[in-house]
Design a protein around this ligand. Sequence first.
Ligand SMILES: Nc1nc2c(c(=O)[nH]1)N=C([C@H](O)[C@@H](O)CO)CN2
Length: 121
Amino acid sequence: MQDKVIIEGLEVDTVIGIYDWEKEIRQPLVIDLQMAWPNQAPAHSDNIEDALDYEALCNQITSWLQAQPFALIERVAEHIASQIIEQFSVSWLRVRVAKPTAIKQARLVAVEIERSVNDNI
Ligand SMILES: Nc1nc2c(c(=O)[nH]1)N=C([C@H](O)[C@@H](O)CO)CN2
């Protein structure tokens, strides 16, 4: 089994949705991420330079999602996946994007994708 770095429940308020009224407001998205990362190197060195810095990732994801409006949560998931693979040298990841306020009768709705570096070429 490969090592992972995990982020659960990262909440970001952003412009998201297909309807005109949704383009005028911010709504919460909740991001869950699993990313392959060789954690032995940072464990041995005890150096953040060797680690996949989850704080940097959370800040970066928030910034990406607030930099532009999105219509579909599928687009958000794909954007997060491709940017992390490209900018953080992650070889594989699973990302789930949930929109908890989208459907009144549902606790949440979400999409989940898995991508690897080979998909990004
Ligand atoms: N598969 C999807 N279905 C829907 C989406 C979406 O992003 N992906 N979005 C909407 C609307 O924006 C909805 O959230 C408004 O409540 C509908 N279906």
